[in-house]
Design a protein around this ligand. Structure first.
Ligand code: GDP
Ligand code: GDP
Length: 453
């Protein structure tokens, strides 16, 4: 499971500066969902082969009864969701009373917390360490978020103990000779069948869809213990031999547990489920059309490269004119996800739900097929013949052969000369060619270049 790191501390200590540095915040997901309101920002990042989720919070002032109550609540929820809390203090301000209160809270919650002294620009790090030792959280790790100093050591202390992504399948980086097959391609484990995450904003119908999908199927286990932030994993078999595991972020099968009331929709849960899935069924509410938060979440799905099937739910009882409007909207706003099948369904009545499986199967197959090196190289050669890469400094870029470097999403590694000069438009041309020739459906594809010595 992808670790979650929360940044907490008083306002102005530099949390956002650090967050932006960690996530490069291109697609940070701002939590503005009903009930979550402002002040929590989520971003995905990666350090030395470890993907993690960072949560930025508005800040704790110690005035939790007053106007800052809402902000405090958000910070406290982020602390609950986190595996590790980075408690940021400001070494220029020195130790303040709110810092003591925050430390006390972290101790009470028994959270793994690291003390981070920010803004140690020119300050002696030893002075920062001594200054904050009364917090009782061990030695502060000195950083200067604004200048990028100390970040590596901080990440080592934070993430070093977590396994790398695909750790069990990882090997020495292997050199693949021309024309040879790579021995091992990291990919999803298939013992539990296809892992499907049901993702979407609150109230789009995820719970209803999960119940509908499981309604007639043979569910093997469904009552797993879990904490607030865990999705529920439900393995089941369809048509006697199709194995799936549904990742249920809505938590329908956990009815009656008290924490359900606290927060039904959790961004962390959603992001982790996407990371852990082979295929995402992305649910939208046809009656509301495509809204900003849909695009936000969908952007994250694309970023992870997971296979994707889109379900426009609540299609029942809609006027024909309304339906036409939604279809036009989809075409206009979901262009960036146009590799995915779209289904118009009614989770409530069951209409169209069965057809989702065919798309899930196809998307999964596209995402995990092990294409042989000679096939990928042949496609490359044909593509280059059809349309040469440009000249750089009077020399033509040479792309010599290609092999598969990963699955779900498929990663095509292309070897050649001057590969750092390949223009984006040419990469897009190759992507489209691979997509067309390999008949990829429902999955993004990635291309990486390796220069030859
Ligand atoms: P937040 O409220 O905790 O999210 O704090 P911000 O990230 O908004 O930062 C508050 C202020 O501290 C901003 O003016 C930042 O530029 C500044 N700041 C952040 N990191 C550093 C640092 O390493 N050194 C210095 N001198 N200033 C910093
Ligand atoms: P979730 O928050 O995404 O899990 O959404 P729910 O499954 O709890 O559904 C939210 C509301 O939408 C409930 O009142 C459902 O009955 C309703 N709903 C779900 N699917 C459909 C559908 O296909 N058609 C209609 N008309 N209502 C639906």
């Amino acid at each position: 499971m992808v670790p979650v790191i929360a940044l907490v501390g008083r306002p102005n200590v530099g949390k956002s500066t650090l967050f932006n540095r960690l996530t490069k915040t291109r697609d940070a997901i701002v939590a503005e969902y009903a009930g979550l309101t402002r002040d929590r920002q989520y971003g995905e990042a990666s350090w030395q082969g470890r993907t993690y989720i960072a949560i930025d919070t508005g800040g704790l002032t110690g005035d939790e009864e007053g106007i800052d109550a809402k902000m405090a609540e958000q910070s406290l929820l982020a602390i609950e969701e986190a595996d590790v809390v980075l408690f940021i203090v400001d070494s220029r301000d020195g130790l303040t009373p709110p810092d003591l209160m925050i430390a006390e809270h972290l101790r009470k919650r028994n959270k793994q917390a690291l003390l981070i002294a920010n803004k140690v620009d020119t300050l002696d790090p030893d002075i920062a360490r001594a200054e904050f030792s009364p917090l009782g959280l061990g030695d502060a790790i000195p950083i200067a978020a604004a200048h990028g100093r100390g970040i590596q050591a901080m990440l080592e202390a934070t993430l070093g103990r977590f396994p790398r992504d695909n750790a069990e399948e990882e090997a020495e980086p292997e050199v693949v000779a021309e024309g040879q097959e790579p021995k091992r391609i990291p990919g999803p484990s298939e013992k539990d069948g296809i892992k499907i995450a049901i993702i979407g904003r609150p109230n789009v119908g995820k719970s209803t869809l999960v119940n509908r999908m499981l309604g007639e199927e043979r569910v093997i286990v469904y009552d797993q213990a879990g904490t607030t932030r865990d999705s529920i994993y439900i393995p089941f078999v369809r048509n006697d031999d199709e194995k799936y595991t549904l990742i249920d972020t809505a938590g329908v099968r956990k009815r009656g547990k008290i924490f359900e009331a606290v927060e039904k929709f959790s961004v962390v849960k959603t992001l982790q489920a996407i990371q852990d899935a082979n295929v995402v069924i992305f649910v939208m509410d046809a009656r509301e059309g495509v809204v900003e938060h849909d695009l936000n979440l969908l952007g994250f799905v694309l970023e992870t490269g997971r296979a994707l099937v889109i379900a426009l739910n609540k299609w029942d009882g809609m006027e024909p004119s309304q339906r036409d409007y939604v279809k036009v909207e989809l075409e206009r706003r979901l262009l960036f996800a146009n590799f995915a099948d779209i289904h118009f369904i009614s989770a409530l009545h069951g209409t169209g739900v069965g057809h989702l499986y065919r798309s899930v199967q196809e998307a999964f197959k596209s995402a995990v097929t092990r294409w042989p090196t000679h096939r990928l190289t042949q496609i490359l050669e044909d593509a280059v013949q059809e349309h040469q890469p440009p000249l750089v400094n009077g020399r033509r870029i040479k792309l010599r052969y290609a092999h598969l470097g990963g699955a779900n999403p498929p990663l095509v590694v292309i070897h050649g000369n001057q590969v750092e000069a390949v223009p984006k438009s040419y990469t897009r041309y190759l992507e489209n060619t691979y997509r067309r020739v390999l008949k990829l459906v429902g999955t993004p594809i990635r291309i990486e270049y390796k220069g030859s010595a």
